[in-house]
Design a protein around this ligand. Structure first.
Ligand code: EPU
Length: 418
């Protein structure tokens, strides 16, 4: 297993290209299963999660080729609507095959995802939504079995605008008989792009990007091509590092997707300039403490909460950071405290008292975004940091150490000495 080593406090400068968004490409890949023929998806990040999803595509029978950042999925050969436990347990996003395969085959068997590093993460909204569309859902030996001759349009309202449930139900409803209205739908850019992709495939979805999606069912979808949107979470991670370590420019990014994050960075004292597809951040002389509460889009993303906590450990003053999307997503807190940070946790709120300097330490990744926060802290800390279990970071960040090295960081990867 690899470790990432960081010799901290090297200033950052220059520019870095942001990859395609993990959380956009994963559901787009499963949507491609709904059609016969070849779909070409470009700007696909080469991540552990995209490779896991390709394995799942192949298990269900799709033919995939992945070269550079171009992924071709041929849905003509799909014949096995089943997502096995071994894959689903490593990546919850595998659950995105539920809606598409049910819609195409009238049945699907998907392992029930377990808990994850930060809590239970239920899938009840997905299942209730499919039931409303007329599916019969049963649980068999840890697998969800969903069956329906043809799904029927319906009206439903999510208790919470779940990203995954909105995606799954939108895909399932795309070829249902009649119109489906989803109230309290997720508005995240990744869901917007999924709906746009479904429309390119022949679906008829209206209200995209609003909390009310109206989906007029069509008989059939066809294959379609798309370029994946920039990864706003990768971008936000680089911004928190830039805020601490030097002026950097992110290229091939969509600043609009990061409005709330950019506002918070300005509040913290950073200079921000944007063009249509780039963001330049210059650090504050002294980072100001800024409270932050995560929220669904366009609020501050939960996927940048850990990185914001890392930034605030070096702020001038105290800040209060609350995660309203996931209440247990704080496994980075004890690890950040190993750098000497002063963070106290109460329920879903971190109280961070800024200090002058972090000191490098051996720390352990626990999930994708927690790992990213440890890398940001390690880059800013004095001395050496060793981040173990970096497979978590490889799930969601493409060539992270190469990208940071190109900006001047002293960061490298090697196997642990045993
Ligand atoms: N929820 C339920 N029941 C459900 C579904 C969700 O109670 O059936 C709750 C969750 O427990 C959570 C909230 O609703 O409290 C939001 O969960 P959501 O369904 O929106 O999350 P998700 O679809 O499972 C995606 C991203 C996550 C990101 C969240 C929130 C993908 C593949 N994953 O997860 O990304 O944190 O939305 O924005 O898109 C990551 O990339 O590191 C990551 C975890």
């Amino acid at each position: 297993m690899d470790n990432i080593f960081i010799e901290g406090q090297n200033p950052l400068s220059g520019s870095v290209k942001i990859s395609g968004a993990k959380n956009a490409v994963l559901p787009i890949m499963t949507a491609a299963l709904m059609a016969e023929g070849k779909s070409v998806i470009t700007r696909v990040p080469n991540l552990r999660d995209t490779r896991t999803m390709i394995r799942l595509m192949e298990i269900v029978g799709a033919t995939c080729t992945f070269e550079d950042d171009k992924l071709i999925i041929d849905g003509s050969t799909v014949n096995n609507p089943e997502a096995p436990y071994d894959l689903v347990k490593t990546m919850r996003a595998s659950f995105y095959v539920l809606g598409p395969l049910l819609a195409r085959f009238g049945m699907v068997k998907v392992s029930l995802p377990g808990g994850c590093a930060w809590g239970p993460r239920p899938v009840d909204f997905h299942l209730k939504g499919l039931e409303k569309l007329g599916a019969k859902i049963t649980l068999e030996s840890g697998y969800i079995l969903a069956e329906a001759d043809r799904l029927k349009g319906t009206e439903l309202s999510f208790e919470f605008p779940s990203v995954g449930a909105t995606g799954n139900i939108a895909m399932a409803a795309a070829t249902a008989d009649g119109t489906t209205v989803i109230d309290n739908a997720a508005c995240e850019p990744e869901i917007v792009q999924l709906c746009e992709y479904l429309n390119l495939m022949g679906a008829s979805i209206h209200g995209i990007g609003t909390p009310k999606l109206i989906i007029d069912g069509v008989d059939k979808l066809h294959s379609a091509n798309i370029e994946v949107i920039p990864d706003r979470i990768e971008a936000g991670t680089f911004l928190t590092a830039g805020a601490l370590l030097g002026e950097i420019t992110l290229e091939d990014v969509n600043p609009k997707h990061l409005d709330t994050v950019l506002l918070k960075l300005k509040e913290a004292g950073c200079g921000i300039t944007t063009t249509k597809s780039s963001i330049t951040i210059s650090p504050a002389d002294s980072i100001q403490a800024v409270d932050m509460t995560t929220a669904v889009y366009p609020g501050f993303p939960t996927d940048l909460q850990a990185q914001w906590v890392a930034l605030m450990t070096l702020a001038n003053g105290s800040s209060v950071i609350t995660d309203t999307v996931y209440h247990d997503r704080f496994s980075h807190v004890p690890e950040l405290n190993r750098f000497g940070a002063n963070i106290k946790l109460e329920n879903n709120t971190a109280f961070v008292r800024g200090i002058d300097e972090l000191i490098g330490a051996p720390v352990m990744s626990t999930d994708i975004r927690a790992s990213a926060s440890l890398i940001v802290a390690g880059l800013a800390a004095k001395g050496q940091t060793v981040v173990s279990r970096v497979y978590h970071i490889d799930r969601g960040y493409e060539k992270i150490e190469e990208k940071f090295r190109s900006l001047g960081a002293n960061i490298w990867r090697k196997n642990p000495v045993t």
